[in-house]
Design a protein around this ligand. Structure first.
Ligand code: ADP
Ligand code: ADP
Length: 228
């Protein structure tokens, strides 16, 4: 479903962040990119939704080059969750989540139902949290709202860049466990960046280990444990 064909990314200052990168991410797969800081994980992620351009090679989504996809459609179809989730501070949780479907001109009642469904999905009781402001939530709860917002328009692909790494160890562990059941329920293609091997082994269907912009090893968690 997402295919990297010999992708290289060189930034304007001459830094080559990703080099001759080949990879096939299957539909519905929870795919983890792992590696030390600076190895090119974020660059790889941001090329998928064209926040960065590919310098050489190509990325295909459903067999079609991302450069042939309409950029707005591409962004609608790809949810994005960052380490520091940027919720709008003056808006309620409900407003923060519904900003996505509202832009797609849903009916009010449908949006409200969708927000409840999404909050349930990420483990936040809708009646308790809907009307709160982001500052009235813990970091882990805000991160859950970020995930709900990324899921709101029901995009087939979700990109996640170290979504749990700013959290305390206990919230992090809890979110990892909740994600294990969430990923079965939502059945989406998820590309997940982390530098934590335990997190990769816990969550990933498959893992790609990167070093200096290249894919060093690709395999299932079992293959990583048996052949480190
Ligand atoms: P990671 O996500 O694995 O930490 P990045 O993709 O952020 O790695 O960075 C890969 C390499 O590209 C690093 O050497 C980084 O310094 C460099 N880099 C990242 N963004 C830019 C940029 N906008 N301009 C120039 N170099 C960059
Ligand atoms: P960088 O060297 O930082 O990766 P790029 O050349 O990849 O810069 O892209 C520059 C900026 O232009 C990026 O922020 C990207 O979001 C934007 N961009 C790239 N392609 C398009 C496009 N087709 N339509 C709108 N914006 C685009």
């Amino acid at each position: 479903m997402i295919t990297f064909q010999d992708v290289t990314k060189t930034y304007e200052d001459g830094t080559t962040a990703v080099q001759s990168f080949n990879l096939e991410i299957k539909e519905g797969e929870f795919f983890v990119l792992i590696g030390p800081s600076g190895c090119g994980k974020t660059t790889t992620l941001k090329m998928i939704n064209r926040l960065h351009n590919v310098t050489n090679g190509d990325i295909l989504i459903d067999g079609k080059s991302i450069s042939d996809h309409n950029i707005h459609e591409l962004r609608w179809n790809i949810g994005y969750v960052l380490q520091q989730i940027a919720l709008f501070p003056h808006m309620t949780i409900e407003e923060n989540i519904s900003i996505v479907p509202e832009l797609k001109s849903w009916k009010k009642g449908d949006i409200s139902k969708r927000v409840d469904e999404l909050l349930d999905l990420v483990g936040l009781e809708p009646s308790t949290y809907k009307k709160r402001k982001p500052s009235e939530l813990s970091g882990g709860q805000q991160q859950r709202v970020g995930v709900a917002r990324a899921l709101a328009a029901n995009p087939p692909i979700i990109l996640m860049d170290e979504p749990f790494s700013a959290l305390d160890p206990i919230s992090r562990e809890q979110l990892q466990q909740d994600f294990l059941s969430l990923k079965k329920k939502i059945q989406k293609t998820i590309v997940f960046v982390t530098h934590d091997m335990n997190e990769a082994l816990t969550l990933g269907d498959r893992i790609c280990l990167m070093k200096d912009g290249e894919a060093v090893q690709v395999g299932t968690p079992e293959e990583f444990v048996n052949n480190p």
